[in-house]
Design a protein around this ligand. Structure first.
Ligand code: GDP
Ligand code: IMO
Ligand code: MG
Length: 423
């Protein structure tokens, strides 16, 4: 038995939450492997629309256990809010959720350090979600972090205070940054720690290995997207973890030879939230239409997402890095609203036509486009490939041919039901 991986191929928000929820009936375990509450994964079914930040997107199904892996960073305040929201919907989360002992904790002062660092960067800011992600991973790699397992020890409060004091010293070095409301945040944080203690805390690498032994299928759920990867993304405008498939190995303790299918998910166009390069970004009417019809607002921060066309050099890069075996195309319905669809096939960099992402994606990239007519009809009520308009089939087949990977699912709306399988 192998572990399948599902991850985003663009700058995040591809629709991972929706598809993990759709695929969960095929799995016994859903495991998040990196990121933290910077993620916002939206699920929609019947009258429910629900956004998850830390909790894997299989939580609404009763057939699967959801694992928060060691590669994830957890903010107990946000986790508590997520769990309270699930309790209101009568989701028996305690029976469906386990948490890795080795996952790192986001402290209130990590969030403050994130805010102080962003403010100090001024116009060069990353556009972080301000959830403390960068500072928490810095403490992890700097070997100072607090882990879930630490909350089970007798001297946890002391270890917490030591790290907090260190952070306060660091914060005092930021010009003009004032520490406010820490006491209140700490009280809520400690309540979150109590709730975390009441969950099933496991050595998730052993847990997952045992599940594999039992021949239980596992789906690893990524957060963010490949172009936000700390090593291969548009550095420094990236997040602080490995979002690519290799991150599933380190973020869950899965050996590389245990990886099975790699589902690469992408929007039929492209979006980015936060700062940083975006070669195919649109500043015209089409961009506005995509934002409006696609309802492109961040699920975590509410910020408007920047919109643009599909970028094939970037998608090919992501397919290569992840070893994608199956593609999933989202939000095809949104492209019904434009007249002409464009796909960037190459980059023109100072007269050179290239397909490779340059070291500096901020470089003077002029996208070379190929145009496709839009289908201009409503797809949202369609349920089978036979109903799809020929213009969409042509678009799909063109992308499959360029990427050399089959597109196995086409999504035509946010609801579970608005999902068309192509095999
Ligand atoms: P994630 O972070 O990858 O899980 O994606 P987000 O939840 O942040 O953003 C995807 C957004 O698109 C959410 O609002 C979804 O409800 C919505 N969505 C997902 N699939 C589709 C689709 O096929 N069509 C439309 N119109 N919306 C979709
Ligand atoms: P999901 O899982 C889209 C972006 C932020 C910022 C950069 C760094 O929902 O796809 P961070 O808070 O990690 O320090 O921010 O990364 N970012 C996301 N963009 N979707 C996400 O997650 C993101 N998580 C972080 O906007 O540009
Ligand atoms: Mg999202």
């Amino acid at each position: 038995m192998k572990v399948d991986v599902l991850l985003g191929l663009q700058w995040g928000d591809e629709g991972k939450g929706k598809i993990v929820d759709v695929l969960t009936p095929n799995y016994k375990v859903i495991a998040r492997f990196q990121g933290g509450p910077n993620a916002g994964h939206t699920l929609k079914f019947k009258e429910h629309k629900h956004v998850l930040h830390t909790i894997p997107s299989g939580i609404f199904r009763d057939n699967a256990v959801n694992v928060i892996g060691n590669g994830v960073v957890i903010d107990p305040i946000i986790l508590q809010k997520e769990l309270d929201a699930l309790a209101k919907l009568n989701v028996p989360y305690k029976d469906r959720l386990v948490v890795s002992r080795k996952a790192h904790l986001i402290l209130p002062t990590h969030r403050m350090l994130d805010a102080a660092s962003e403010a100090a960067k001024g116009k060069d800011k990353i556009g972080s979600t301000l959830k403390g992600i960068g500072p928490t991973y810095m403490d992890k790699t700097g070997r100072n972090g607090l882990r879930v397992g630490d909350i089970e020890t007798a001297n946890f409060n002391e270890t917490y205070s030591k790290l907090k004091e260190k952070h306060l010293q660091m914060l005092s070095k930021f010009d003009g940054f004032v520490v406010e409301g820490l006491g209140e945040m700490e009280t809520t944080w400690m309540k979150g720690i109590e709730l975390l203690r009441s969950l099933t805390i496991v050595n998730s690498e052993y847990f997952l290995s045992a599940e594999l032994e039992k021949e239980h299928p596992i789906l690893a759920e990524g957060a963010q997207g490949s172009l936000l990867d700390i090593d291969f993304g548009s550095y420094p405008f990236v997040t602080s973890s490995n979002t690519i498939s290799a991150g599933a190995c380190t973020g869950l303790g899965i050996a590389p030879n245990k990886i099975g299918e790699v589902f690469g998910i992408f929007k039929a166009y492209c979006t980015r939230v936060g700062s940083g390069p975006f070669p195919t970004e649109l500043f015209d009417n089409d961009g506005e239409i995509l934002g409006k019809v696609g309802n492109e607002f961040g699920a975590t921060t509410g910020r408007p997402r920047r919109c643009g066309w599909v970028d094939l050099p970037a998608l090919k890069y992501a397919v290569m890095l992840n070893g994608v075996t199956k593609l999933i195309m989202m939000k095809a319905d949104v492209l019904s609203a434009v007249d002409t669809i464009k796909v960037c096939t190459h980059y023109n960099i100072n007269g050179d036509i290239v397909e490779e992402l340059p070291f500096d994606i901020n470089a003077n990239i002029d996208p070379v486009y190929k145009e496709f007519p839009s289908w201009k009809i409503d797809l949202t009520g369609m349920h089978s490939v036979n109903e799809l308009p020929v213009e969409l089939t042509n678009y799909i087949e063109y992308l499959e041919n360029e990427l050399q990977i089959p597109i196995v699912i086409v999504s035509v709306g946010p609801d579970r039901e608005q999902t068309i399988e192509r095999i």
